[in-house]
Design a protein around this ligand. Structure first.
Ligand SMILES: [Zn+2]
Ligand SMILES: [Zn+2]
Ligand SMILES: [Zn+2]
Length: 157
């Protein structure tokens, strides 16, 4: 799904709150703080980056365990995605979108480390799923991570 990404933090937060309400999930102030911090940084962060940032921004120490718990919640609520290749976390780019969340295809720039999230079309995913189903494998989680150089970094060369 191609669209212009919403960069308005307030709108993203409101949409996140709504999304949690709809799915009967509690968007506590701490969870909201973590999401705000991630939106503010606007780059992939590790759990330890988040822990350190939380202390600086909110003047409150939180344990690594609670950071991981909050991240698990945010992932479950489909507000955050984990980059398996680097164990970092990014905010979902489609929180304010009205379309159903598609299988994330994460384009990771190896130069500036920005990540662009685009959805994979249903045609392609159903082909993938059919291939996998044929082997008897049970798929639980799917996401593609692709490494390369983003368009702005390419312009710099
Ligand atoms: Zn997403
Ligand atoms: Zn979208
Ligand atoms: Zn780049």
């Amino acid at each position: 799904m191609k669209h212009t990404l919403n960069k308005n933090k307030q709108e993203i937060l409101q949409a996140a709150q709504k999304q949690c309400l709809k799915h009967d999930l509690r968007f506590t102030s701490k969870r909201s703080n973590v999401l705000q911090l991630m939106l503010h940084e606007n780059k992939p962060l590790s759990a330890y980056d988040i822990m350190a940032d939380y202390k600086t921004q909110y003047n409150q120490s939180i344990s690594a365990v609670s950071v991981y718990r909050m991240l698990d919640f945010l992932i479950h609520a489909q507000l955050v995605h984990k980059l398996a290749s680097s164990s970092q976390y990014i905010v979902c780019s489609h929180i304010t979108c009205h379309h159903a969340h598609e299988t994330p295809q994460l384009l990771i720039c190896d130069t500036c480390h920005q990540v662009e999230e685009i959805g994979i079309g249903t045609l392609l995913t159903s082909e993938l799923e059919a291939n996998i189903a044929a082997t008897g494998f049970k798929l639980q989680h799917q996401q593609l991570e692709l490494h390369g150089v983003c368009s702005s970094c390419q312009k710099l060369h």
